[in-house]
Design a protein around this ligand. Structure first.
Ligand code: ADP
Length: 320
């Protein structure tokens, strides 16, 4: 059996879907990636492929295997009560840590009012292309493809969007060509607005991670976001405390500018699992600003992200 390059036989749009083609003893076998296609599109694609192959003199029999999505993709939402608590930083680092554990992870930056993933993952300025009216995720150098409003609109442009516009934007990002991605981490805007509601109604996540600093106010807000997930029947996988404990770069003394342990206490009170604590460290901010998140490095700062990713991984494993 000899394999044939699909690009030599089919127009580009079709060839991109043919993952393998072999012609031997008058029989052609095409394996086709039909992930994300509707029934009509699948039938049309199969007919196009058959037509080309059946015309050939060296082929009397054509077999086409239309492979549907192999994985049931899970969405994990990452939320917070308010902005600036490090939700995007956590989401990016968790996605990278999960990818390093062998998961096929993608990232949706649904924080449409302040998209920061293109900067954190170092792929800003790249534009996702559309194929068959759906977006192709933008690759990042960490093996985590990402779709962000930051790739689509000028910074600050989406700020006035409400209701359907915001929900529509989320739909474009989630309902995209995610291919064999098994896990989508969704970086939500803070609070409980339109994007959250669309998310729960259209793409019910398998679970949610909530992040907060140890400050009381942020805690109360995070609890509110948790309530929304609860009501919608989305389990809160657990709480993460960010910006806990600051190691002074000069004297090494650890202080707690935002208090410490508050999130763990809250988790106990709310009877939710506590997933871990990320220290306040300048290197985390610098890594985010320069497109080199700590989880992608061998820096000791990667460890807390890996520990949380391990818990998340176990939770996902137990769910499947
Ligand atoms: P959010 O998504 O909640 O708005 P971000 O992830 O954008 O928050 O973080 C806000 C700012 O805080 C960013 O500049 C980020 O680099 C920084 N930051 C986040 N977590 C930490 C941390 N643990 N230590 C130091 N800086 C952090």
């Amino acid at each position: 059996m000899s394999s044939t390059d699909p690009k030599a036989l089919f127009p580009e749009a079709i060839a991109a879907r043919v993952s393998s083609l072999a012609i031997a003893k008058s029989r052609a076998i095409a394996i086709v990636d039909a992930a994300g296609l509707g029934e009509g599109e699948r039938e049309a694609l199969e007919a196009d492929i058959r037509e080309v192959l059946e015309k050939r003199d060296d082929v009397t029999e054509v077999r086409v295997a239309m492979m549907a999505e192999r994985t049931a993709r899970k969405l994990i939402a990452v939320g917070s009560g308010k902005g600036g608590v490090g939700k995007s930083t956590l989401t990016a680092n968790l996605a990278i840590a999960l990818a390093r554990r062998g998961r096929k992870v993608g990232l949706v930056d649904a924080d449409i009012y302040g998209p920061s993933q293109p900067v954190i993952l170092g792929n800003q300025g790249q534009k996702p292309v559309a194929r068959e009216e759906k977006l192709e995720p933008v690759p990042s150098r960490y093996g985590v493809p990402v779709l962000s409003m930051g790739h689509l609109v000028e910074p600050g442009r989406a700020i006035a969007w409400r209701g359907p516009m915001a929900g529509g934007a989320l739909t474009q990002l989630v309902d995209a060509h995610w291919g064999d991605t098994e896990l989508l981490l969704v970086d939500l805007p803070p609070g409980t607005g339109d994007v959250q509601l669309t998310m729960l109604q259209k793409f019910k996540p398998a679970g949610a991670v909530l992040v907060s600093t140890p400050q009381d106010l942020a805690l109360i807000d995070a609890a509110r976001a948790g309530q929304l997930f609860d009501q919608a029947g989305v389990p809160v996988i657990g709480l993460v405390e960010n910006m806990a404990g600051y190691a002074c770069p000069h004297c090494g003394e650890v202080s707690d500018p935002f208090g410490k342990g508050g999130v763990e206490e809250a988790a106990g009170r709310l009877e939710l699992p506590f997933l871990g604590r990320i220290p306040l460290d300048l290197a985390i901010r610098e890594g985010g600003d320069s497109g080199t998140p700590p989880a992608a490095t061998d820096d000791p700062l990667a460890q807390p992200f890996h520990d949380i990713a391990a818990k998340l991984d176990a939770w996902i494993g137990a769910k499947s």
